[in-house]
Design a protein around this ligand. Sequence first.
Ligand code: KIV
Length: 290
Amino acid sequence: MVRPKTAQDLGMLKAQRPQVWLTAYDFIQAQLAEAASMDAILVGDSLGMTMLGYSNTLAVTTDDMVYHARVVRRGAPQTVMVVDLPFLTYRSPEIALTNAGRLMQEASADAVKLEGGRRVAECVQRLVSEGIPVVGHLGLTPQSVHIMGGYRVQAKTEEAIVQILDDAQSLVQAGITALVLEGIPDRVAELITERIAVPSIGIGAGQATDGQVLVFHDCLGLSERTPKFVTPFAQGRQVLGQGLEQYREAVLNGTFPDSDHAYHIADKEWARFQSRCPLSDTMSQEVKRD
Ligand code: KIV
């Protein structure tokens, strides 16, 4: 199976097979994603919620993204890594270039992702002209949570469908490498997928996109709440919780650690030590001192 090595390789998969993306934010998640042969890892600004405990993505900074992306890169050196530009970090082409440049230079990103349609096309053009591959993101765009009035499915009216098709075309013309479609009706996602030359990567966008992306924690059942569009592929929260309960129980009832999980000293060496410094003497001296 063809394994993409660069962001541009993701494009050639469009006509070949579905592509599978996963978010990752730390070393072990990155290792797991690479070991599972993900086509791309997205270091999403969803890390604001999954890793930093914020209630939305707005407080995430470029420094946060650089930090997490560097860690992910160490865990997944062979996988295409796309890194989000956070809220307000691409409000002009020059600001976008400064921030995207940091993700490329300091974290070795293969591409950056930004949210929005026609309004960000100029930023996309500027980044691409400087050699930075860009992934677009349309539909439910979490950085606009306050404008959307919450995390709601988008493109549900005739006008909104016309708008999203226009946005998709603008982004493609500006030079995007792939397009994430989040939280839109399946038929709308299918239409966009047919009309654009770059791969569409869906999340809550039905079956017809060229690939899927999931948040690591949703994929493995680690999230407290699972969105409607997710099928967890493991019961992570339950399994980890049970493991921790068993650990606590084992320490309390004395079954952990057992002798097999302890380090041992040779009898001969222990006897030599005792003959020089008998344990009972040492202890009784300590008791007397107390
Ligand atoms: O930040 C993120 O993880 C994302 C995905 C949900 C697509 O943008």
